[in-house]
Design a protein around this ligand. Sequence first.
Ligand SMILES: [Zn+2]
Length: 414
Amino acid sequence: MTGRNLRVNGERLWNRLMEMAEIGATPKGGVCRLTLSDEDKRARDLFAEWCRAAGMTVEVDAMGNMFARRKGRRAGPAIMAGSHLDSQPTGGKFDGALGVLAALEAVETMNDAGIETDYPIEIVNWTNEEGARFAPAMVSSGVYAGAFSLDEAYGFTDKSGATLGQELERIGYKGALPVGGRDWKASFEVHIEQGPILEREGLPVGVVTGVQGIRWYDVIIKGDEVHAGPTPMDRRRDPVRGLHEVLAGCYKAAAEQGEWMRFTVGDLKAQPGSRNTVPGVVSFTVDLRHPQDEVLDGMEQAMREIARKAGDAHNLDITVERIWNSPPVAFDEACIASVETAAQTCGYATRKLFSGAGHDSVYVARVVPTSMIFVTSQNGISHNEAEYSSPEACKAGADVLLHALLDQAGIVGE
Ligand SMILES: [Zn+2]
């Protein structure tokens, strides 16, 4: 069988996904495998056992990140594929585990076909992607890329007061290797989409070209607290009048930015919050997301302008404060091309899309050329026990990963 016709064993992949999901299985069919818990340790042990049985060596770094390596003809650099085995408290079977096990399936398929690659393949299980037990999320890929220091990460504490460093030691996964600086040429991550786009368009897999930028704002509108009865309408400085105009203006501006703009007001408060008092202050949060910084800049400017006009029109003090900025990530052109070509080779219809959620690849992309492969999520549901991707969708993701890896690693003799 030549490289092009190679396909993964979908049944083996599915069986492993289901076996892995038994570790931390919840009554409603989901998974609770919090990072560095006893369940996480069992998942890690099982993953390591499967990798060794597939002829790989397994190493662990000081953040508990696991590296399973399949030799190439050259010593390095390796082509990396990874994701995470930890889950949300009421998570699903596929978020994270699919990316790790699809990579293992790609290696098993190469083994079965007797394929030798020019460059080695390395599978990574990143510690604490979810951030559900120890916030923030994507901690270990973050340490790997230099976003957090090792000591900072060891100090993150869970609700019971246990630190990440202590728990790494307790489950026996504080490894000897330094964190970061591995010799990698390219990196890929298969992940469920966690959104509805692929399913809506009837596509099994998507080519991920980047991750949306996220900006958070606090908007505060100040007027005067007065009695709802005696105070004539024209004598009020009513923040809700401003609110109404600011929100209408922002929704209109967001719609003008096209398909990828996300404008969310997730929390809204009136003070003092009494039905017969005109509130003195109304405040709300804004979560803004888009793949391009320029568009986010434009939307931010529009928000400030809308706020200024509403403030002037109704004699209100309106402030728009940006409190967090996570810039957009653009994945590597060559890695994106490898994924696109791989999908074509396998005959899967696909489209390009951005990730609306964070992934380890966000940090990995800072230090290694990276792309991702998305797999259809039923109803776009994730971080939920009902999360589901079909065996066909999971196989498609692994097939595309296999060919992206072969494209980057090169088949000896072809
Ligand atoms: Zn995930």
